[in-house]
Design a protein around this ligand. Structure first.
Ligand code: PBG
Length: 324
């Protein structure tokens, strides 16, 4: 039975009808706001390739988390730019490191806010790689110990969730074991399980000063051509103890988000990354697209593909629109 009995337009005639039959929702409660924390006080330095996003000193990061909280955004994810970098990434697991200080200040000063700590060494190594380097090779197993120390020190400082983004093999197991040994068995792991070697991280690397000095990340991050491998990565991480898994980037990988959602029962997150933000921000600035509209369309598409949670630089802005 087709037309004229079937008229899909009937249900699109008014906003009330459209909203009555809408399949996917987007809520502030699904969003996580990334923050880039730098040394100093009262520092709020705009990131050139990410207009509207800032490098923030701890006091300013607290203010930003406060504002996110007032907009019903439930979580921030912290990235640190340490005062000094070295070959062992000492700043990553320093009990008074930049992320540790930010985590403890936010937990102390902002009520009702989850702090997620990104676990990776690339912002802390002088060569910009995600692990210990020998010759021109990133050492997997040696790196695990440093990642585990980093996660434990972040959790001790108050981080509610740790989120390894380095893509070393076995890091979820190493982190779970170390957390449990430190009586932090209640701290969940959000694993960046399917993280692709992507050009869309460009602006982030400017913000975090983490561009590798030589080579690239293709020996540990995934090949953009692979989707089945994402399922393998996700299942391995869940087996190792991941409580939630992430796909990253988001929009160019909606099919991967969809496949992962079908394959697992744990919450699935997607990271709408810096390059995705920069593209929209730049086009909107030129008046070529409507910023609000394209932002909301992008976020709802990521939810429609199957993501439960979205890490996005638009978290505050989207939450503000959702309040109206
Ligand atoms: C690694 C990390 C990166 C991002 C999040 N965690 C960069 C990388 O792998 O080079 C990228 C996030 C973004 O582009 O918004 N610490």
């Amino acid at each position: 039975m087709g037309f004229p009995v079937q008229r899909p337009r009937r249900l699109r005639r008014s906003e009330l009808l459209r909203s009555l039959v809408r399949e996917t929702d987007l809520a502030a409660g699904d969003l996580i706001l990334p923050l880039f924390v730098v040394p100093g006080r009262r520092v709020r330095h705009e990131i050139p390739s990410m207009p509207g996003q800032f490098n923030l000193s701890v006091d300013e990061a607290v203010a930003e988390a406060q504002e996110a909280q007032s907009l019903d955004v439930p979580a921030v994810i912290l990235f640190g730019i340490p005062p000094a970098k070295d070959a062992k990434a000492s700043g990553a697991y320093d009990p008074h490191g930049i992320v540790q200080e930010a985590a403890s200040s936010i937990k102390k000063e902002v009520g009702n806010m989850l702090v997620v700590a990104d676990v990776c060494l690339c912002e802390y190594t002088d060569h910009g790689h995600c692990g210990v380097v020998r010759g021109d090779e990133i050492q997997n197993d040696e790196t695990l110990d440093l990642l585990a120390r980093t996660a434990v020190s972040q959790a001790k400082a108050g981080a509610d969730i740790v989120a390894p983004s380095d893509m070393m093999d076995g890091r979820v197991a190493a982190i779970r074991k170390a957390l449990d040994a430190a009586a932090l068995e209640q701290v969940p792991i959000l694993s960046y399980a399917a993280k692709y070697a992507s050009g869309f991280y460009g602006p982030f690397r400017e913000a975090a000063q983490s561009t590798p000095k030589f080579g690239d990340r293709r020996t540990h991050q995934m090949d953009p051509a692979n989707a089945r491998e994402a399922i393998r990565e996700v299942l391995l991480d869940i087996e190792e103890g991941a409580d939630m898994v992430m796909v990253k980037p988001a929009l160019p990988y909606l099919d991967v988000i969809y496949r992962v959602r079908q394959a697992v029962n744990v919450p699935v997150a997607a990271y709408h990354v810096s390059g995705e933000y920069a593209m929209l921000a730049a086009a909107a600035r030129n008046g070529w697209i409507d910023r609000d509209r394209v932002m909301m369309e992008s976020l709802v598409s990521i939810r429609r593909a199957g993501a439960d949670l979205i890490v996005t630089y638009f978290a505050k802005e989207a939450a503000r629109l959702l309040q109206r």
